[in-house]
Write a protein that binds this ligand. Structure first.
Ligand SMILES: [Zn+2]
Length: 587
């Protein structure tokens, strides 16, 4: 066992470490007898609170001293601030080969030896707080529908039965037909359906419709976006049971619901029938997405169901109002280092390389005629400058007004082209943006690549707006409204790109999403989790796990605040970190 030495060592070291603290207060780290790797029994004093640079020829033992001895000892003490539970998840460094290290405070090493890791590495990933947050979001967060902003909860047979009662009451106890969807090939004959039904023990089909939908092509042809094949399927709503709920035995209702869900793959469609003689009206609500894959055409109910209300239910994470189904949360959904969670456009970097208008129009005092658009000012692209002049005159865009004085609409015209743009380059102004798109298509030519590189830079990803995660991962929130209000003004909360929520809907939601936490100074993050932690008491296994997770998060965020980097945010790129040179902390 690797930490056999620990209790013994801790015991023996106690007087030493007390002395060490004094040493720390004096501002001295004392290393005695360092023998790690090629170090030869080295004694060394290092002043704290100062920048110390270790230099020397390759192989002289710089890393052995700084990382494998000094940092290893700091890390060991950092790890000791966590519970036994936490320690098992932490990477621990081996105890350094050294007689004594005194006065070393818990330390963070910023290791830049791995460029692949550092490109997506942040304060959050380095301190492992992100690992704990993703577990927390997978277990303890609440989901809100991307269309309606309503909470999305797991429906179960019990919750469906309760909802059926509520709706039946509101509709005057109509006759209900509980059905489950069954999918058959489109060319299934009525005889075959008959056979299938009797073999499965059912006799009635409430409705039948043929649906066109896309077939997912697993391997699209190389270099081409394969046109999805369309296939037709026959969807049957097979009757599980029929009753009016007020008169039905609860056990019978439950059995019908459970059977329907089981046979229908978790989906249940209830027809609430109008009484005879009552004029029919179109079915309310959108037709059921059913088993059609996302992106497929929605099944359309045939005319025969037009006279009834259709109530859709499903188990799992499904919003009955928007009819959107969500996947069960997993930790990787909340990690931008995982393809599951990462925004598809920027692949989790939060930034994409694109045209930087600050570089394209470096001098806003210039007019269009004087060359505001820098890229057009070389003989090679004079034609584009001429196009701009000609179309600007026709469109009434001032050619002799400094760029900064043009209206936002006029600037947008120059950048995005004429609103009448029809793909014909000589008829309308194509815009600076399309000019660069054209260049991209020629980027195999060296001189074009060189040209492009002068006008492009990393800009915020337009899809996730820097959040690095897919929209669905940002619909999950942790905490109550009061807890969120205490640390982050509603107006500053992140509105996920790709939701249909208004700003007001967002601000009325409880808790915070993961990106809110990423943008928050660690001091505020710490306050947020300090306020959440005590409320999560409970005895079930799940609650116990949550409690441990919250403890980890509060311990870590407290530690980071104590070492003096509480002003940082988790999203802070580690490539340009302020380096805490062994920050001093009272142990
Ligand atoms: Zn993105």
């Amino acid at each position: 066992m690797s930490d056999d030495h620990r209790p013994d060592h801790a015991h023996q070291a106690e007087p030493d470490e007390r002395a060490a603290d004094d040493g720390g207060a004096e501002g001295l780290i004392r290393i005695r007898g360092a023998r790690q790797h090629n170090l030869k029994d080295l004694d060394l004093d290092i002043r704290t609170g100062e920048l110390t640079v270790v230099t020397g020829p390759s192989g002289s033992g710089k890393s052995s001293l700084v990382f494998d001895t000094l940092f290893a000892e700091g890390q060991r003490r950092y790890v000791e601030t966590f519970s036994a539970y936490a320690r098992q998840f932490l990477d621990r460094m081996d105890k350094p080969a050294v007689d004594r290290v005194e006065g070393v405070p818990p330390a963070i090493a910023i290791d830049q030896t791995n460029p692949v890791r550092s490109s997506r590495s942040t304060v959050g990933t380095m301190t492992e707080l992100n690992d704990h947050l993703k577990l927390l979001f997978a277990r303890g967060a609440e989901l809100f529908d991307r269309e309606t902003a309503l909470p999305v909860r797991h429906d179960s047979p019990e919750t469906i039965a309760a909802e059926l009662r509520r709706r039946s009451e509101a509709h005057g106890d109509p006759r209900l037909v509980l059905t489950f969807p069954v999918e058959l090939p489109a060319n299934t004959t009525p005889e075959e359906i008959e056979q299938w039904l009797s073999a499965s023990g059912y006799t009635r089909v409430q409705a039948e419709r043929t649906v066109q939908r896309e077939v997912k092509d697993e391997a699209p042809a190389k270099g081409k976006k394969a046109k999805p094949a369309i296939e037709a399927v026959k969807l049957l709503d097979v009757v599980a049971d029929r009753f009016r709920i007020a008169g039905a035995e609860p056990a019978r209702v439950m059995e019908a619901i459970e059977t329907g869900l089981k046979r229908g793959g978790g989906r249940l469609t209830v027809y609430a029938l109008k009484d005879e003689g009552e004029p029919g009206r179109p079915a309310a609500g959108p037709p059921q997405g059913g088993s059609a894959p996302s992106g497929g055409s929605e099944p359309r109910a045939a005319g025969s169901v037009g006279a009834h209300e259709l109530w859709k239910f499903s188990t799992g994470l499904h919003c009955p109002e928007s009819d959107i189904r969500y996947t069960e949360p997993t930790p990787s959904m909340f990690s931008f280092n995982s393809p599951v969670g990462a925004c598809d456009t920027c692949r989790g970097f939060g930034r994409v390389i694109g045209v930087d208008y600050g570089l394209v129009i470096p001098n806003e005092k210039l007019t269009l005629r004087n060359g505001a658009i820098k890229v057009f000012q070389t003989p090679a692209w004079k034609e584009c400058q001429d196009d701009l002049m000609r179309h600007a005159e026709a469109a009434g865009i001032p050619r002799d007004t400094p760029w900064a004085k043009l209206t936002p609409e006029q600037q947008a015209w120059v950048k995005n082209g004429s609103p009448q743009w029809n793909g014909k380059w000589n008829q309308h102004w194509y815009g600076v943006g399309r000019f660069f798109e054209y260049l991209e298509s020629k980027a195999y030519k060296m001189h074009i690549r060189v040209l492009l590189s002068k006008y492009r830079s990393y800009t915020e990803c337009p899809v996730c707006r820097g959040a690095r995660l897919k929209t669905d991962s940002l619909l999950w929130r942790v905490g109550t409204r009061a807890q969120a209000d205490a640390v982050l003004e509603p107006a500053k909360r992140y509105l996920p790109a790709g939701v249909a929520w208004s700003r007001a809907q967002l601000e009325a939601l409880p808790g915070l999403c993961l990106h809110d936490l990423m943008l928050m100074p660690l001091t505020d993050l710490r306050r947020f989790f300090d306020s959440i932690a005590p409320a999560q008491a409970g005895s079930s296994g799940e609650q116990q796990a949550l409690k441990l997770l919250l403890e980890e998060i509060t311990t870590r965020s407290r530690y980071l605040c104590e070492v003096g980097i509480g002003y940082l945010t988790l999203d802070r790129q580690s490539r340009t970190p302020p380096k805490p040179q062994h920050p001093i902390v009272e142990e």
